[in-house]
Design a protein around this ligand. Sequence first.
Ligand code: AMP
Length: 238
Amino acid sequence: MRVMLLGCPGAGKGTQAKFITERYKIPQIATGDMLRAAVKAGSPLGLKAKSIMDSGKLIPDDVMIDLVKQRISQADCQAGFLLDGFPRTIPQAEALHKAGIGLDAVIEIAVEDTEIIKRLSGRRIHPGSGRTYHVIFNPPKDPDFDDFTNEPLIQREDDREDTIRKRLAIYHQQTQPLLDYYKNWMPSAWDEQPPQYIKVNGNDDIANICQQIFAELDKAKNKPKLKAAEDTKQSPIN
Ligand code: AMP
């Protein structure tokens, strides 16, 4: 099962990703997390990525395409994967397509900008564990400190309000065109199966969103495959 999550930063992709990967036993490929790990490790990619990420801008397409292709070629992705945060631009989507990496389903989690600003600007992180809190929706017992270690919490640079606004503007400009790209996918004789397009309301209750996604993904999973789609899956990477 090859699934992709689409939605603006803060829409709840990471939350739903956890449920989906557990149920369908597929690894999560979260490009934002991969980049943050590279920054933390101080690798050449991390050094290059840090200032771009802090400013809310996007990493160049060629860098991201190589990173994701490499990840998908690993053994644990053979039976499928969940893409979270990639593709984020039309060239990234086209690179996937050209590499013969088809998708069974694309899930859009829709949330308005005003709600996103409220959600992200209140988010706090415990850097050691990655635990997240929210000053209003999920506050720590002691404000600004982790419940388990009592270590200080931080606000991600890119969760500051002015950066969130920039990230949303970039999302609307560069990522939103992907909604139509996947919705209007036209199969052709040599093409892979069009992905099932699933849209959920990201303001809904977390458990309800999850149930809707599971119901739709079960349908996508049981849908008969085109022969061409099966063939492309034999050799996903060029
Ligand atoms: P995220 O955690 O998915 O919101 O990603 C955090 C940041 O990582 C983004 O604001 C970008 O700077 C960078 N990033 C993550 N995925 C991509 C991608 N597919 N293309 C370009 N930049 C990305």
